[in-house]
Design a protein around this ligand. Structure first.
Ligand SMILES: [Zn+2]
Length: 271
């Protein structure tokens, strides 16, 4: 009732995934979420911990919720109810899936601005989480490939699209000894490389893989990697993930607002 008195408008319902849940007090929580029509936002969830009636027994990650939010004149909106629309329980089934799934949420949380709606991004992230859930427990490289695919889509969505096919300076093919220019966000041919470009070595093969990854639907990417040929190239896929990840990580860190701890945890699993 107290919440109603403080409200300035009526409540609204938002389809959203949770990005972070922080305990504020014994029962209250601060929830960061990414919602349809509102983007990244934060709300105060009073007495959310252990509330079976309003919060289905507790707020969890890897779940699509319908959140009922009550705007307030002062302070964060109040999250008054959360109804699970679709959950991904198998995503919490293995350490590898938790690690990659957490990196997905961290990626969305740290590279987007508050109150900047992007429903396509919400859809892409949810697609990636669903794909991760369905992968076999041992398919760590396919999980990493799913994360890499999402990184490329997200960079493009937030306006930092990378060019992998042609030299960003002269338009020529990358040719021999291409490098990735972190500053210019794309491949540079040997003739165009300058020290001020923050050059990173990258193989032509990885560049081709990144180009294909950035333009392919996720289902196709995962199916290709999971095919017999893909399994035979298992070591090649790991090399691709390792090399391409160094480049995308730098691009992401250039636009991240905080530390990428889930990524660091994933690194520790791969090492
Ligand atoms: Zn060039």
């Amino acid at each position: 009732m107290a919440a109603k008195i403080m409200s300035t408008e009526s409540s609204n319902d938002v389809a959203a995934i949770l990005l972070r849940v922080v305990d504020y007090s014994e029962k209250d929580q601060i929830v960061t979420f990414f919602g349809a029509g509102c983007g990244k936002s934060t709300a105060f969830a009073r007495a959310a911990r252990g509330s079976t009636r309003r919060f289905a027994g507790g707020l969890v990650l890897f779940c699509m919720y319908e959140l009922t939010l009550l705007p307030r004149r002062d302070g964060l909106p109040m999250l008054t109810q959360a109804t699970a629309l679709e959950s991904l329980p198998r995503l919490s089934g293995t350490l590898e899936k938790i690690a990659v799934g957490s990196a997905v949420l961290e990626l969305l949380r740290e590279t987007t601005e508050e109150h900047d709606p992007n429903d396509r991004l919400l859809y892409l992230v949810w697609s990636a989480l669903k794909t991760l859930e369905g992968l076999p427990a041992e398919a760590l490289q396919q999980m990493r490939l799913t994360l890499r695919w999402l990184e490329l889509q997200l960079l493009s969505e937030v306006g930092v699209g990378c060019s992998f096919a042609l030299c960003v300076r002269c338009g020529a093919e990358g040719g021999e000894e291409p490098a990735f220019g972190v500053v210019s966000g794309g491949v540079l041919c040997a003739r165009c490389q300058r020290p001020s470009d923050s050059l990173r070595p990258i193989s032509s093969r990885t560049l081709r893989g990144l180009e294909r990854l950035s333009t392919s639907p996720l289902a196709e990417v995962v199916a290709r990697a999971g095919s017999r040929a893909g399994r035979d190239l298992g070591e090649g896929l790991k090399q691709f993930n390792d090399e391409s990840g160094k480049v995308t990580r730098e691009m992401i860190l250039g636009h991240a607002s905080g530390a990428m701890k889930a990524y660091e945890f994933l690194d520790s699993l791969i090492a």
